[in-house]
Ligand binder design. Structure first.
Ligand code: ATP
Ligand code: MG
Length: 198
């Protein structure tokens, strides 16, 4: 049987349990062989709007966080490619690397509502099945089937948690523990990210 690979892209600034719960449930529910957490190099939709933590630091957090979880892996493909991170390029690279693999692009509800802004969306639609995961704060997506997507839904407990909130928590000295996996909190402290130290 062909390999089933999930691509879960993000800025992961920082990674949190909302990301990980989405990834492990997509892995389980869809019988994926692996879910690749793809750390965006330059998240073109966020660049300029705020200062994004250096990609190597975000990658170190993701790698630490997925360390122990079977079926999940951190990828630096977009970092190594350099420049802005377009999912169309990543999907093309993954399908060249894994000929015959079945590819799944996993997104939360908020991102599924913004797909129309993605570069070369048709190429992604041709090569991958879209997987949407519920996320509080955004309504469920509409019209994806009419748009021609092969579509799967994955349902997880609603986790009202975002990297934006976590950055604000850290800035005001509140703890990240249990919202961010312990191994990633260690990386944050070691590297002094988000003004946390020790
Ligand atoms: P930010 O607030 O900086 O945008 P974020 O928490 O939205 O950070 P991203 O790195 O932007 O995290 O998101 C990566 C992917 O994870 C997106 O597809 C997003 O929809 C999904 N995601 C993030 N948080 C959750 C959550 N709590 N539940 C379900 N999906 C989530
Ligand atoms: Mg986001």
């Amino acid at each position: 049987m062909s390999e089933r690979i999930g691509l879960f892209g993000g800025t992961f600034d920082p990674i949190h349990v909302g990301h990980l719960v989405a990834a492990v449930n997509a892995h389980h529910d869809l019988g994926l062989d692996r879910v690749v957490l793809m750390v965006a190099n330059v998240p073109w939709q966020k660049a300029g709007a705020r200062e994004v933590t250096p990609a190597e630091d975000r990658f170190a957090m993701v790698k630490a966080a997925v360390g122990e979880v079977p079926g999940l892996e951190a990828s630096r493909m977009e970092i190594d490619r350099g420049g802005p991170s377009y999912t169309a390029d990543t999907i093309a690279e993954l399908s060249a690397l894994h000929p015959g693999a079945e590819l799944f692009v996993i997104v939360g509800w908020d991102v599924s509502a913004e797909l129309a802004t993605w570069e070369r969306l048709d190429e992604i639609r041709d090569l991958a099945t879209l997987v949407v995961v519920n996320r509080p704060g955004t309504p469920p997506p509409m019209g994806l089937l009419q748009d021609g997507w092969r579509l799967k839904e994955v349902t997880v407990p609603n986790l009202e948690i975002s990297s934006t909130d976590l950055r604000a928590r850290a800035a005001s000295g509140r703890p990240l523990d249990y919202l961010v996996p312990a191994a990633a909190v260690r990386v944050i402290r070691e590297r002094g990210l988000y003004s946390l130290s020790g």
